[in-house]
Design a protein around this ligand. Structure first.
Ligand code: GDP
Ligand code: MG
Length: 162
């Protein structure tokens, strides 16, 4: 069985776009509507030295009622089956309280975490990255999933942690 890398983060940060970039498929549902991916979604990343499974998840919103609660459960299952967690944040929104809540949850798993700072296209990279330094995550990488930038480094980083 291939090792599993899970993409986790708030709705609308670009997880499904990143999933597409990593798996080079249009399978993942990408939409402007936040939280559109309700289920876990699997693909294989073959762009690095070794292949691994990528799991796209619905966003963890911190809201545990109803369908949001179901999504949160799916996210927790994805965290459980993953060997590496990619915590996706949005450089345009900056650091939001929800991000901290999600990171706390990821840290409880004890699994290695890579912070993927997405949507850095058109932004001052140093400024964009500085805000997320407070996470204290050694592997914090700039990404532009929409332009397939930073994904090679992300794959390389994931492979070193698998
Ligand atoms: P998800 O809810 O986390 O799965 O986010 P999506 O992948 O559905 O993306 C949400 C929105 O952000 C869509 O409108 C995407 O086109 C946009 N988006 C995703 N990645 C990027 C990026 O790297 N740069 C920019 N500017 N927009 C992005
Ligand atoms: Mg999605």
């Amino acid at each position: 069985m291939l090792p599993v890398v899970a993409l986790v983060g708030r709705p609308n940060v670009g997880k499904s776009t990143l999933f597409n970039a990593l798996t080079r498929s249009r399978d993942a549902l990408v939409a402007d509507m936040p939280g559109v991916t309700r289920d876990r979604h699997y693909g294989v990343c073959r762009t690095g030295a070794r292949p691994f499974v990528v799991v796209d998840t619905g966003g963890l919103s911190g809201e545990e009622e109803g369908i949001e609660g179901l999504t949160a459960q799916q996210v927790r299952l994805a965290i459980e089956e993953a060997s590496v967690l990619v915590f996706v944040v949005d450089a345009r929104d900056g650091l939001l309280p929800q991000d901290r809540t999600i990171l706390d949850e990821l840290r409880r798993s004890g699994k290695p975490i890579i912070a993927g700072v997405n949507k850095t296209d058109g932004l001052d990279l140093q400024n964009a990255m500085a805000e997320f330094a407070v996470f204290g995550i050694a592997n914090t990488l700039p990404l532009s999933a929409a332009h397939n930038r930073g994904t090679e480094d992300l794959v390389a980083s994931a492979l070193t942690l698998l």
